[in-house]
Design a protein around this ligand. Structure first.
Ligand code: GAR
Length: 193
């Protein structure tokens, strides 16, 4: 079985979309794949409850308990590796990862970023797109490399920026597209693994 391990920090709506797609499209049978675990760096992440509702194993590695980024990433890797991951999927995981961590999972580490990369790496992407006068915004699924938000692009979706949009309204429009392209990109990748 190809194990997918999903890392979250917050609401986990992308994680939930992946779980729903796995169930709807029978990934166990069609792709020999399953969501093996959901791991959060925040004990209070809303997505943890959602994962448990779907009877998915959950782990918490609380970053505030570690003195250094390296120590946190080392423990995170230990917890991930217990699930024997084929793919490690960052879904709203709001931590900068060390080069050692990225190298360890090279070729099997994915992220979704709420902009049309290479535009607007980093945070507050939607407000920055509005402020820049963009007429389209969107989201990108990409491989993770040591260069933050710069790995090879696997999928993108574009949405219009509408008059009167706020960061919040644009984020909501982009998020509906994230929920479509992330599961699709993962399924496409799994098919070839
Ligand atoms: C998503 O919009 C995702 O693209 C973004 O956080 C949100 C998480 O939502 N990720 C980043 O900004 C990564 N730098 P979710 O927890 O509901 O999936």
């Amino acid at each position: 079985m190809k194990n997918i391990v999903i890392l979250i920090s917050g609401s986990g709506s992308n994680m939930a979309a992946i779980v729903r797609a796995a169930q709807r499209d029978h990934w166990r049978k069609t792709l020999g794949a399953q969501v093996a675990a959901v791991i959060s760096n925040r004990p209070q992440a809303e997505g943890l409850a959602l994962a448990r509702e779907h009877l998915i194993a959950t782990d918490v590695v609380d970053h505030t308990r570690f003195a250094t980024r390296e120590a946190f990433d080392a423990e995170l890797a230990t917890v991930i590796d217990r699930r024997q991951p084929t793919l490690v999927v960052l879904a709203g995981f709001m931590r900068i990862l060390t080069p050692a961590f990225v190298t360890r999972y090279e070729g099997r580490l994915l992220n979704i970023h709420p902009s049309l990369l290479p535009a607007f790496t980093g945070l507050k992407t939607h407000q920055r797109a509005i402020d820049a006068g963009c007429q389209v915004a969107g989201a990108t699924v990409h491989r993770v490399t040591a260069d933050l938000d710069h790995g090879p692009i696997l999928a993108q979706a574009a949405v219009p920026v509408l008059p009167g949009d706020t960061g919040e309204t644009l984020a909501a429009r982009v998020l509906t597209q994230e929920h479509l392209i992330y599961p699709q990109a993962i399924a496409d990748l799994l098919r070839n693994l």
